[in-house]
Design a protein around this ligand. Structure first.
Ligand SMILES: *[C@@H]1O[C@H](CO)[C@@H](O)[C@H](O)[C@H]1NC(C)=O
Ligand SMILES: *[C@@H]1O[C@H](CO)[C@@H](O)[C@H](O)[C@H]1NC(C)=O
Length: 302
């Protein structure tokens, strides 16, 4: 059964609000309920709502009006990594991000740091790299072997300070490929050692920083930050994003901006914009249509 986009939207919202009932994903402890499903970890779940540090955290408006989380240096988002990440990393995986840095300074989008807080075992860092350029670096370190964080792949791209940008890293056994704003940007050949990184069990997941000892707090907004247990999710980042699903239907496209904005009254200025909306997962779901339809049918079971 194929639902039209408006119905899909409706059922998505129903499912999102009734998550315990309808969610097809179990982010905690990474289990997935359906064997064919790609394991998906939403790292933004480490940012709890209500905010733990409201002075350093804010709601923002993302691409297509989706809500997003803003972090300022000092937001100190951290969690035992095991709550939001797999015990060990997949031999091949994808990382997807939709972010808007508030400035050119870059910083860590996220990191999994060893218990001594000295080594980034897995992380993505933005580094200013000359005028108008940003270096997107993937850090991947076996903390049993290295005392310093290892950057295994980096890509120099036009700076996207103050601009919403999507990017994804596809990590296979041989290569790391960057997709930037829905286009394949570049590939570097990387042999990772070990191929399946085992995190120290007392590691910490940080969002927007890499802990108190390693510098590089990020100031900016996040709409999406996910780890997938499959390399193929990187290239479908833009297709999977929900707003893309209505595409092709032309004028029937759903105006999700109005959909969300209609629920609040007035104040469209500033960072408090979404404060009146009840806790709602801000990133668009990385669902594909078939999954969505599956969800819809669950939701409609009598
Ligand atoms: C990006 O930054 C990393 C970490 O500083 C560095 O090792 C790497 O050489 C840089 N990459 C490029 C292409 O400049
Ligand atoms: C890695 O990249 C090389 C060169 O682009 C390509 O020939 C090879 O098939 C890639 N390997 C994988 C596993 O994607």
């Amino acid at each position: 059964m194929r639902l039209n986009p408006a119905m899909e939207m409706f059922w998505y919202l129903v499912c999102a609000l009734a998550a315990p009932l309808c969610s097809a994903r179990d982010d905690f402890f990474g289990s997935t309920r359906f064997p064919n499903e790609v394991p998906e970890y939403d790292l933004l779940h480490a940012i709890g709502v209500p905010f733990s540090n409201p002075k350093m955290q804010y709601f923002d408006e993302g691409l297509d009006g989706f809500p997003a989380y803003g972090l300022k240096p000092g937001s100190d988002i951290k969690s035992p990594y095991r709550l939001f990440m797999p015990e060990k990393l997949y031999a091949e995986f994808s990382l997807t991000a939709t972010v808007r840095p508030a400035n050119k300074d870059g910083g860590f989008l996220f990191s999994v740091v060893n218990p001594l807080e000295t080594v980034v075992q897995l992380g993505v860092q933005l580094i200013p790299s000359g005028p108008g350029l940003t270096n997107i670096s993937l850090l991947y370190t076996d903390a049993n072997i290295y005392a310093l964080s290892q950057t295994i792949a980096s890509f120099v791209v036009p700076s996207f300070a103050r601009k919403w940008s999507r990017f994804a890293l596809r990590v296979t056994s041989d290569n790391v490929t960057l997709f930037l704003n829905c286009h394949e940007f570049d590939t570097v050949t990387v042999r990772r050692n070990p191929s399946e990184l085992v995190f120290d069990s007392a590691s910490t997941l940080y969002v927007g920083q890499a802990g108190p000892l390693i510098r590089g707090a990020f100031h900016g907004a996040f709409q999406e930050l996910k780890l997938y247990g499959s390399p193929s999710q990187a290239e479908v980042q833009c297709i999977n994003n929900f707003e893309e699903m209505g595409k092709g239907s032309g004028s029937d496209e759903i105006d999700i901006d109005n959909f969300l904005v209609d629920q609040e009254d007035g104040d469209l200025e500033g960072s408090g914009r979404f404060e009146s909306i009840p806790p709602f997962p801000p990133p668009p779901p990385g669902m594909d249509v078939s999954l969505l339809q599956f969800d819809s049918s669950i939701c409609k079971l009598e």
